[in-house]
Design a protein around this ligand. Structure first.
Ligand SMILES: NC(=O)c1ccc[n+]([C@@H]2O[C@H](COP(=O)([O-])OP(=O)(O)OC[C@H]3O[C@@H](n4cnc5c(N)ncnc54)[C@H](OP(=O)(O)O)[C@@H]3O)[C@@H](O)[C@H]2O)c1
Length: 397
């Protein structure tokens, strides 16, 4: 074990993954030191986290939030510096004093900071799947050139990673295909015809996992799995035909590797994100996560079934996007972020999410320019959001 504590930057510390990360960190004060935390809206929670973990730096989006926060930090006897804006997020991610970055911002908003951490060669724990879905090849190049260690935090990708040998050069020879498991979300057995009436409250009530609102809606549409298929393509270097999805309602098997010789390796555990987070923090060692243990004597049944394409049409969009020109996955992600936001704001029906995603991809697919860097990607993301908003407005008028 390192003699010096690992210095962590937790981007999105006020979210579901961010708070779970701090729970694991709190169990190991001898191993980890919190260097930086970031929030978007929940500055009260950020302040509470500062009192407990005493970071050197925090980042909030808006300069107007800074004076009050500085005052509150000073009143708590803390010398924490307050930085603001997207550039400050990227600077924290690349800060030379930071050893490891937990990328737990939701959405493409986390992309610039993820790229900065990758280029700076950090140990990069990636929960922010949207950044990889948007960044794709460019993101993986930044990881390679920067010499970063990319560690998946998504439970499915962590499961695959845990089943594979440490030497990445062996992965392609080992793997026949991988199987990502999906819970099927809250509407796995609901009649497809009734899905148009689903409310945001119903959609965010996930049966197995407690998560942020956006990923909860994505789980209900299975767009979360679609994004994970794209994520797996980049993380494990697999063509889409080698990435399969099965519904496993109990969320005990977190994913599987089907090997060349017919052997299937699975990683199991209770559905608790502290397990993949602890593995990301400690890899290649293992540390206590705080999660409850699996009790095989109390497990009734493990079921596996194929996803119903009528109920979950979004899944196919991922496979189509991976076969389309570069940039289409970024368009799909942007459309989905806008559509989910509109659904949560009651400006779009539940089934409208897929309709907007499909229409936006179709509208932009034939018109993509060259993507030669981060700015081009961010411009495409902005363009796709604008198109998606038009489709959303058209559906609500
Ligand atoms: N939750 C899970 O179990 C889980 C599992 C696997 C993967 N993931 C992935 O992990 C990521 C985070 O998910 P989550 O469930 O933790 O989400 P969440 O609870 O909504 O938290 C998101 C975090 O990002 C911050 N944030 C939101 N918009 C931002 C912006 N525009 N700029 C900067 N920061 C922003 C939020 O700040 P405020 O809270 O202060 O507004 C919060 O700290 C997602 O990509 C998700 O797909 C999550």
């Amino acid at each position: 074990m390192n003699t010096r504590r690992q210095r962590l930057a937790i981007l999105g510390s006020t979210g579901s993954i961010g708070t779970s990360t701090l729970e694991v960190v709190a169990l190991h004060p001898e191993r980890y030191e919190v260097y930086g935390l970031t929030a978007f809206r929940r500055t009260e929670l950020l302040l509470e986290q500062c009192r407990r973990f005493r970071p050197r730096v925090v980042v909030v989006p808006d300069a107007a939030q800074a004076p009050a926060l500085r005052e509150q930090l000073a009143a708590a006897g803390l010398a924490t510096q307050v930085h603001t804006g997207a550039q400050a997020l990227a600077e924290l991610a690349a800060e030379p004093e930071v050893d490891a970055v937990m990328a737990a911002i939701v959405g493409a908003a986390g992309l610039r900071a993820c790229m900065a951490a990758a280029a700076a060669g950090k140990r990069l724990m990636l929960a922010n799947k949207e950044a990889l879905v948007v960044g794709g090849a460019l993101f993986m190049q930044a990881v390679q050139r920067g010499g970063a260690t990319l560690l998946p935090i998504d439970s499915e990708h962590s499961a695959i990673f845990q089943c594979l040998p440490a030497d990445r050069a062996q992965w392609n020879d080992w793997i026949d295909h991988i199987v990502l498991t999906a819970s099927g979300g809250p509407f796995r057995t609901r009649a497809p015809g009734s899905l148009s009436a689903v409310t945001p409250e119903e959609a965010v009530a996930h049966p197995n996992w407690v998560m942020g609102r956006k990923i909860s809606v994505d789980s209900a549409t299975m767009m979360n799995k679609a994004l994970e298929v794209i994520e797996a393509r980049w993380l494990f270097g697999l063509e889409p035909s080698r990435i399969r999805v099965v519904i496993h309602p109990q969320s005990i098997v977190h994913s599987m590797v089907a090997c060349r010789d017919g052997s299937v390796l699975a990683q199991m555990g209770t559905p608790d994100m502290r397990v993949p987070i602890a593995y990301g923090l400690s890899f290649p060692e293992r540390i206590e996560s705080g999660a409850s243990r699996l009790d095989f004597t109390r497990m009734n049944d493990l079921q596996f079934e194929s996803p119903d394409p009528d109920r979950f049409p979004g899944l196919q969009l991922a496979y189509d996007a991976l076969c389309a020109p570069e940039g289409v996955t970024a368009v799909l992600n942007a459309a989905n972020e806008e559509a989910v936001d509109a659904f949560l704001g009651r400006r779009l029906g539940f089934t409208g999410i897929h309709a907007v995603n499909a229409a936006t991809v179709e509208a932009l697919s034939g018109r993509l320019g060259t993507i030669d860097g981060l700015d081009a990607l961010l411009a495409l993301d902005a363009q796709a959001r604008q198109v998606a908003r038009q489709f959303i407005a058209a559906r609500s008028s």
